[in-house]
Design a protein around this ligand. Structure first.
Ligand code: ATP
Length: 261
């Protein structure tokens, strides 16, 4: 499947029918193949927004279009062929091998109890190689380190061949080398990506658009250098943020300090 545009219109969410909203009505549009970074302080609502988009928490209002399809109107299996997610919560299938977990990504593409075909096997193999997991394909998931598990979950999501990939803090647990690798992968993939990120400099580096959240609300959405201004970041994160230009790369870089009283 190739990348699809995403149009989110006025989605809101609360934990119960009468509970107050945790996610206030939120809208944005993302072109096919672009990367959207969702940033904001702890408890801002980033994961909550992602859960509505990947069809885990039903919105109280609004809709999520992936291409022309409203993912909350699709049968779950059809939705899973369009949207894949890598979450902070990891599966508890600790006895399954790495290859078996990655193979789970092919399930939405099979009918009934059909066994995996040659194409499924080729895709699983490709993802194991791409995420440098081949040498541990037969290891039980439960024996892996946090970073290795994270890479397995990315491989499983990509094996799903989604049009939209949702990532919740994708570089958590990863060492610098594998962080760079996953970030490079994110840039190179022919899918649309929505990812929550804590590191604002990484967000500025890899995202086409950034959505800034605070208190369950979307405050701004646009190109990183327009959204991540010193004053905005300072106010939303309660820090003193400064934008500096790095030498010799010429790249902008935000630094943060506790505000002086
Ligand atoms: N099911 C729920 N019931 C009650 N409150 C919830 C529920 N899910 C989330 N919340 C609350 O909603 C707020 C937003 O949570 P969310 O996990 O979306 O934040 P976040 O921006 O992803 O935070 P973090 O950066 O800390 O991961 C938090 O205050 C959280 O405690």
């Amino acid at each position: 499947m190739t990348a699809a545009s995403v149009t989110v219109t006025d989605i809101s969410w609360a934990p119960g029918r009468t509970a107050p909203l945790i996610l206030q009505p939120t809208s944005f549009h993302l072109e096919a193949g672009c990367v959207l970074g969702i940033v904001g302080p702890n408890g801002a609502g980033k994961s909550t927004l992602l859960r509505v988009i990947y069809r885990y928490n039903a919105p109280r209002t609004g809709r999520v279009l992936v291409g022309d399809s409203d993912i909350w109107s699709l049968p779950p299996k059809s939705a899973a062929r369009r949207v894949a997610a890598v979450l902070q919560e990891q599966p508890t299938d600790f006895a399954l091998t790495v290859a078996e977990i990655v193979a789970l990504g092919r399930a939405p593409h099979r009918s009934g109890f059909a066994t995996p075909g040659a194409r499924d096997a080729a895709i699983i193999d490709h993802m194991l190689n791409r995420l440098e997991l081949h040498h541990m394909a037969n290891r039980a998931f439960g024996t892996l380190s946090g970073g290795e598990r994270q890479r397995v979950m990315v491989a499983r999501a990509l094996a799903q061949e989604p049009a939209l990939l949702i990532l919740d803090e994708p570089t958590n647990h990863l060492d610098i080398r594998h962080q760079l690798d996953v970030l490079q992968l994110i840039r190179d993939l022919d899918v649309t990506i929505i990812t929550s990120l804590h590191d604002l400099n990484i967000a500025a580096q890899i995202c086409d658009q950034v959505l800034l959240m605070s208190n369950g609300q979307s405050l701004a959405c646009g190109p990183p250098d327009e959204v991540l201004r010193e004053e905005t970041v300072s106010t939303v994160f309660s820090v003193a943020a400064r934008r500096e230009t790095l030498s010799p790369s010429g790249q902008d870089h935000l630094t943060f300090h506790l505000p002086t009283q």
